[in-house]
Design a protein around this ligand. Structure first.
Ligand code: FES
Length: 127
């Protein structure tokens, strides 16, 4: 068991390791993200966590970055690395991989024409 001192961490990257994401290179993407953090010497700034399913299996492998609240569909280890590189290089365009972002405290879907909308969590009540 590990207990890190996370004081000073600037980003938390959640990497989905649920079964759907693991079938879509989740392990390779996890390792690529961690390797890129190491290569760029960002260990003290970026913390990663493996998670179980995040409920967007059609977008596997799902990678979530906080505090921005950006949800990405990392379709390859290279996309995973680009998510990390974008921490230092704002010119990296991740728009095509973006599923959701947070605006005004609310998650908003991005690339709605390319992605499955998913099952609504709100059901209308019949009066
Ligand atoms: S297994 Fe990753 S979103 Fe479901």
């Amino acid at each position: 068991m590990t207990t890190w001192n996370l004081t000073g961490t600037k980003k938390h990257v959640l990497i989905c390791n649920g079964s759907s994401c693991m079938r879509k290179e989740g392990e390779e993407i996890t390792l690529a993200i961690r390797e890129e953090i190491n290569n760029l010497e960002l260990d003290e700034q970026i913390h990663t966590s493996r998670t179980k399913c995040n409920g967007r299996c059609k977008d596997a492998c799902v990678v979530i970055v906080y505090p921005e609240g950006n949800w990405y569909s990392a379709t390859s280890p290279e996309v995973g690395k680009s998510i990390i590189k974008s921490h230092q290089d704002s010119s990296i365009d991740l728009q095509r991989s973006l599923i959701y972002d947070f605006e005004n405290g609310e998650m908003l879907a991005e690339n709605t024409t390319d992605r499955i909308k998913g099952i609504s969590k709100v059901t209308k009540r019949e009066d």
